[in-house]
Structures are given as C-alpha cells and as structure tokens.
Ligand binder design. Structure first.
Ligand code: DAK
Length: 259
C-alpha cells in the first residue's frame, strides 16, 4: 500500500477522495505533494472500485498556490527541468473518470489552476479564488491564463490575472468558473450526495460524457457534433443503455452493470 505524507486517499461507496493535507501552509502545492497527487489520481483511474474522484482540501484552504518557499530561489533551468506541473496535467488528462473539485476557503494560483483541471467545481460559500501570481512578479503557469480564459472569457480572465484580486464563490459561480455553491455547514455531505448520484450511473456513460464535453473545448462545432454522435451511437452497444431505457419503461430504478 502506498504511504502518503502530503495527501490523504480514501475510497468509500465508489467515490475516491483525495484530500490535500499540508494545513500549516494552507496546502501549498510542493513538489512532493504533487508527486503524491499524480500517484493518487493514476491509482484511482485504474481502481475498479472508483467511479468518481473528489479532490478537496481543508475548511480554510483548498490550496493557496504553488509552494512559494520552495520556488523562490529557483532559476530558469530549475523550473524548466522540474516538469512536475506538466506531469500533473498529463495525469489529469489521462483520467477518464469524473473528477470533482470540492473547494472551501482559498484556491489561489496553482490551487485555482488545479481546480480548473478538474471536471467541475463545487464550492462552499467560503471559497475564494484568484490568480495572484502578478503580485509575485510572475504569471500563471499551470494553465491559469488558458483554462480561465476558456471558462470565463478574455475580459474577465484578463482582469482577474492582471489585478490578482480574489473573487468570492458568488462571483465565481456567476462568471462560470464553478458549477455550484453549497452551504458551508453541510458542504462535504452535499458534495458526496452529488458525487454519489454520478457514481450510481453507468461508468461507460459518464466516461463518454466527460470525453464529449472536453472535446468541445478544443474542437470546431462540426467536428464536435460528429464526435458526440459517434459516442452516442456507441452507447447503444452497451448493456447499460438497454437497462436504462428498459428501467424507465418499467417505471423502476436502473441496475447498471458497468460498475
Ligand atoms: N506557499 C508557501 N507557503 C504559503 C503559501 C504558499 N503559496 N500560502 C500560504 N503559505 C503559508 C504562509 O507563509 C504562512 O506560513 P507561516 O508564516 O505560518 O509559517 C501560512 O501558510 C499561513 O498563511 P498566512 O499567515 O498568510 O494566512 P492568512 O490567512 O493571513 O492569508 C492567504 C491567507 C491565502 C491570503 C495568504 O497566505 C496568501 O496570499 N498566500 C499566497 C497566495 C499566492 O500568492 N498564491 C500563488 C502562489 S504562485 C509553474 C507553474 C505555476 C506555478 C508554479 C510553477 N511551472 C510551470 C513550473 C504556480 C505558482 C503559484 O501558485
């Protein structure tokens, strides 16, 4: 069994939770933490018991960015040769199961970028997002300028990155950075209700939905529509499509097999 020091990994009811766990530094994303995160997400992708992955932090912070202490004295060559950020994004891209970011408190810099690598974001009322790299004399480097622009548009992304200001959960929801705000006092329970609902569906269907929606981010509409249609036809070769439609007609809950 892999022993982790900077994260916790737990699987229950087909949901794997990865909890960032460096509370003294607000879950700052050090290289060792990210190495563990890569191992954990790769393991969850392969694990037959896992149908949905939830990534979360503490009540005060999801993650306050890359570890500034670790980064501060690095030079160009150090940064370029340590490809941990590239490998982290590759691990997320290789994960075909739905990944939910459950955010309380700060999600800043690399923390906000990690959130945007997930498939969607559920945020507590206390959540605060931002790309404050400009205040450190640099710029977002793990997709902040790119994914944020795709999610919220150029004007908003530009303003957020150029000012480095923090935005609250209400604004994040309004501009489309996050999917939903949940009450702080029942936050994780509510997250698990949503994750549990998704975990109850056919895994082949949720995988195909993830594939189709991600395809839309980079493909022209005509190619996206053709890709979606191909996946839709393919879903008719699964037992779960038969079961889902049969269960609807028989007015009962479906019993999906692709678990
Ligand atoms: N790194 C290291 N330590 C951090 C940290 C961080 N990002 N954020 C907080 N801490 C530490 C603080 O230093 C403090 O440590 P002690 O003084 O107790 O030893 C402890 O966590 C508690 O923080 P505060 O005392 O500051 O707590 P407050 O409640 O007063 O303030 C805050 C919370 C989140 C507003 C504040 O801590 C803050 O502004 N933190 C920094 C946020 C930030 O600037 N984040 C962006 C980091 S830059 C790359 C690509 C991308 C990146 C890197 C590389 N490559 C392609 C190679 C990413 C860069 C970033 O993310």
């Amino acid at each position: 069994m892999t022993q982790f020091s900077h994260i916790q990994l737990q699987t229950e009811n087909n949901i794997t939770t990865i909890t960032l766990d460096r509370p003294k530094v607000l879950n700052a994303l050090s290289t060792p933490l990210m190495e563990e995160l890569i191992i954990a997400i790769t393991k969850a992708e392969k694990d037959d018991q896992t149908r949905v992955i939830v990534i979360t932090g503490s009540e005060k912070a999801f993650a306050a960015g890359a570890d500034i202490e670790e980064m501060q004295s690095k030079n160009f060559s150090d940064m370029q040769s340590n490809n941990i950020y590239g490998r982290l994004q590759d691990a997320f891209a290789a994960c075909r199961k739905p990944v939910i970011a459950a955010v309380s408190g700060y999600a800043l810099g690399g923390g906000c970028e990690l959130v945007m690598m997930c498939d969607f974001v559920l945020a507590s009322e206390s959540a605060k997002f931002g790309q404050p790299e400009v205040k450190l004399g640099t710029l977002p480097g793990i997709g902040g300028s790119q994914r944020l622009t795709k999610l919220v548009g150029r004007s908003k992304a530009m303003e957020i990155c150029l000012t480095g200001r923090f935005i609250d959960a209400a604004e994040a929801e309004r501009i489309g950075l996050i999917a939903r705000i949940l009450p702080a006092d029942s936050f994780l329970d509510d997250v698990y209700k949503i994750a549990g609902e998704i975990a109850g569906y056919s895994l082949s269907a949720t995988r195909m939905i993830k594939q189709a929606v991600h395809f839309a981010e980079s493909a022209p509409l005509d190619q996206g529509l053709a890709f979606e249609r191909g996946l839709f036809y393919a879903s008719f070769s699964t037992e779960d499509q038969k079961e889902g439609m049969k269960a609807f007609l028989e007015k009962r809950e479906p019993d999906f097999k692709d678990k």
